[in-house]
Structure formats: C-alpha cells, structure tokens
Unconditional design. Structure first.
Length: 232
C-alpha cells in the first residue's frame, strides 16, 4: 500500500464513465511499461472512484459494464494500464526531482573516474548532467535514465561503471561481530580465519562505494583493520 499523501490519480474514461484509482506514480508508470508490479502494492486505497478527490466511489453496475468485474484490483490494473497518470505541475516537478536524485545516486554508487580509480562525488555527476542537459522523462525507469545520463556525461567527465576488490584484515577482537556487516556489504570472493582469530577476506562491490566501505570498516574496528585496494 502507498501513503495517501504520496498518491496521484490514474484515470480512464470508458463506456461513458470516468474511473479513477489512487496510485504511486512510479509504480503505476512501471506497470504501464510492462514491468512485473503487484497492483495491490501501488494502490493507496483498494477502491475505484468516479471522482477520487470527492471520494465518490464507482457504481457496481458501471464497473461490471466497463471491466466485467467488481473486483477493484482487476479494475485498477486496467485503469492504470490503459488510462493516464494525472500529475499536477508541482507533483510532476517533485517526481522528476526525486527521479533525478535516484539516477545521481545510482551513478555515484557504481561509477568511478577510471584515471584516478576514485568515485565521483554526487555533486560532480549532477553538474555534468546539468551541463549535458540530461532530460528526466518520468515515464522511463531509473535504469533507462542511468544509461541515458551515462552516455550524455561521458564526453564531459571520465567515468565508467566498475567493481573493485579490497582485501581486508580484521583483528580478532572485532572479527566475529564485523564479519556479518562486511559480508553483507559486497561479495566476499576469498576469505580465511587465521589461528590468532583474525579474519582476512577480499570483498567485491561497486567502485563508487569505496568511501562507504572504508567508513564501515573503520567504524567496526575502531580504525585497526588493514585494507588494500587490489589492482587487476
């Protein structure tokens, strides 16, 4: 379910009647694109309305005439797939800004400067997207928009998606407790427990997350762990 405050109307006019459901805009657009989406998860209310803003529910006979059922989930799916997602100018602006932030976060988390092997700060990525005039189409998925943005900003800044492997040696005093968080952060490709209780491992994860990884290691071991970026 979606919070009512975050929902917008999806509207379909058919059989001489208007039908509306209140939906999460991102989930509704994903459903329209053909993505696998659970309709129940993107509805704010499991009801079909003639006018959602007034709370006027659709008559059962109108639902049967238009959709062949009174099941609100079945009717809602048809309304979303065939209808229009209604956004006010302010909602559209907020939606686009949120999606733009998601694109920047994905790129910052996964990409690096191949010349320095270091992550790009989100502000640098955002500036490059602005200079390249990257258009955020709300109908496109974040993955699609990331590909569009990466193609647009490559001529402006050195950037590419890459994974890194970092070797870590955790002192025995911290190893048992730290192991869970470290293994959850990325893919542990090699590991060994030493006789003195220290844990040694190699962790693979998106290159843009290096700063987050080092911060986590320092927090877990009070700065006593040893790390080394492995070169390929």
């Amino acid at each position: 379910m979606v919070r009512l405050d975050d929902a917008v109307p999806a509207r379909l006019k058919t059989h001489g009647t208007t039908f509306e459901v209140l939906v999460d805009p991102d989930g509704a657009l994903a459903l329209k694109r053909g993505d696998a989406v659970n309709v129940e998860d993107i509805l704010a209310v499991e009801d079909v309305f003639e006018n959602a803003s007034r709370g006027d529910r659709s008559a059962e006979e109108d639902l049967i005439k238009a959709f062949g059922t009174t099941d609100p989930l079945a009717a809602a799916e048809t309304i979303i797939r065939k209808g229009e997602i209604s956004l006010t100018a302010e909602q559209r602006k907020k939606f686009i800004e949120n999606k733009r932030r998601q694109v920047i976060e994905v790129i910052a988390r996964n990409a690096i400067n191949p010349q320095t092997k270091t992550p790009h700060p989100p502000a640098r990525i955002e500036q490059a997207m602005t200079e390249a005039r990257v258009n955020i189409d709300p109908a496109k998925s974040v993955d699609e928009l990331v590909n569009i943005a990466m193609k647009a900003i490559r001529p402006l800044i050195p950037i590419r998606f890459e994974e890194v492997e970092i070797a870590v040696k955790v002192p025995a005093a911290y190893a048992p407790k730290a192991y869970g968080e470290i293994s959850a952060f990325g893919k542990v490709t090699r590991e060994a427990w030493q006789n003195n209780g220290c844990w040694i491992g190699v962790v693979k994860f998106p290159a843009g997350m290096q700063d987050d990884f080092y911060s986590m290691i320092n927090r877990l071991t009070r700065g006593e762990a040893e790390t080394k970026l492995l070169k390929h």
